[in-house]
Design a protein around this ligand. Structure first.
Ligand code: UP6
Length: 273
C-alpha cells in the first residue's frame, strides 16, 4: 500500500468511510487533516471554513466546545459539503462494548449520527469493536484503533501494538486503520504469512514543521518523515496550523497550504521512488 496511489486503494476498500477518505484525498490532492481543538463554536467554524479548501479531513474533539448546541453539527456538516472533507471525531473510546455503544450513539453529541470516522483504544479487547460496530457499521461508519501514540513515554508499543493489529484483522469490515506513527502492514506476521490484500489506513498525529514538542509530552515530526519515511497516509496537524489566535485568517490559510503542499510532495516522492 505504501507504493500504491490513494486512487488505486480507494477501489479496493469496501468500507464506505475508508473509500470516501481515499477518494477525497485523491480529488483534493491533499493528505492533510486539521485537528480543530478550540473551545468556542465560533472559532471552531471559522477555522474550518479557512482550512477547508486544503484538507481531506477535519478532526474534532467535540467535547472541548463550551457552547455546543446541536446546530453546530448542522453547520459542520454544511462546511463538510461546501469544502468536500471527511469528518473524524477523535473520541478515543476505551470502555466496555455496551458503554461505548451508548457513548457513540447517544448523549449530547450523538457522534455516530455525523462523524464518518471515530477511534478507540484497543485496551478493553475486541468487545470494544463489536460494541461500536453495532452502532456504526449499519451507518457506513469506520473505526480507527489507536495502535501507537505520539506522546513521550507512550505505553502503546511492542506487543500492545501487535495485538491492536490482530484485533483489526478480525474486524476488517469496520476497522479501517490505525492512529499510528508508521505503517502497520504485516505487523505480527512473518513475511510468508503476510496478508496480501491488507490495506489499513494510517492517520498520524504529532506533525509539526516548526517545533519538536509542546512541553506537555507531545512530539512532532515533519510531513516528510511521516509520509515518506514512515509510509503513513494522512498527516494530522493542530496547533501547527491554527497557532494561538483563530482570528489570524491569512496566517492560518498560509499554514494549511504549507502543510498540504509538504504532505502531498512527500506522498508523490513515496509512490515514485
Ligand atoms: N492526538 C495526538 N497524539 C496521539 C493521538 N491523538 O496528538 O497519539 C491528537 C490530540 C490532538 C491532535 O488529541 O487533538 O492529535 C494533535 O494536536 P497538535 O497538532 O496541536 O499537537
Amino acid at each position: 500500500p505504501h507504493l500504491r496511489t490513494y486512487a488505486e486503494r480507494a477501489l479496493q476498500h469496501k468500507n464506505p468511510a475508508a473509500k470516501l477518505l481515499l477518494e477525497t484525498i485523491e480529488r483534493k490532492k491533499s493528505n492533510l487533516a486539521v485537528s480543530v481543538d478550540v473551545a468556542s463554536a465560533k472559532d471552531f467554524l471559522a477555522i474550518i471554513d479557512v482550512v477547508g479548501p486544503f484538507v481531506c479531513l477535519i478532526k474534532t474533539h467535540i467535547d472541548i466546545i463550551h457552547d455546543f448546541t446541536p446546530s453546530l453539527i448542522t453547520d459542520l456538516q454544511a462546511l463538510s459539503v461546501k469544502h468536500d472533507f471527511v469528518i473524524f471525531e477523535d473520541r478515543k473510546f476505551a470502555d466496555i462494548g455496551n458503554t461505548v455503544a451508548l457513548q457513540y450513539s447517544s448523549g449530547v453529541h450523538k457522534i455516530a449520527s455525523w462523524s464518518h470516522i471515530t477511534n478507540a483504544h484497543p485496551v478493553p479487547g475486541p468487545s470494544i469493536i463489536s460494541g461500536l460496530s453495532s452502532v456504526g457499521l449499519p451507518l457506513g461508519r469506520g473505526l480507527l484503533l489507536l495502535a501507537e501514540m505520539s506522546t513521550k513515554g507512550s505505553l502503546a508499543s511492542g506487543s500492545y501494538t501487535e495485538a491492536a493489529v490482530q484485533m483489526a484483522r478480525e474486524h476488517r469490515n469496520f476497522v479501517i486503520g490505525f492512529i499510528a506513527q508508521r505503517r502497520m502492514d504485516g505487523i505480527g506476521t512473518t513475511p510468508d504469512e503476510s496478508i496480501p490484500d491488507e490495506d489499513f489506513l494510517i492517520l498520524t498525529p504529532g506533525v509539526g514543521l516548526d517545533v519538536s514538542g509542546d512541553g506537555m509530552g507531545q512530539q512532532y515530526r515533519t510531513p516528510r518523515q511521516v509520509v515518506l519515511d514512515s509510509g503513513c497516509d494522512v498527516i494530522i496537524v493542530g496547533r501547527g496550523i491554527y497557532g494561538k489566535d483563530p482570528s489570524l485568517v491569512e496566517a492560518i490559510s498560509a499554514q494549511a497550504q504549507r502543510y498540504r503542499d509538504d504532505g502531498w510532495a512527500a506522498y508523490l516522492a513515496r509512490i515514485k521512488p
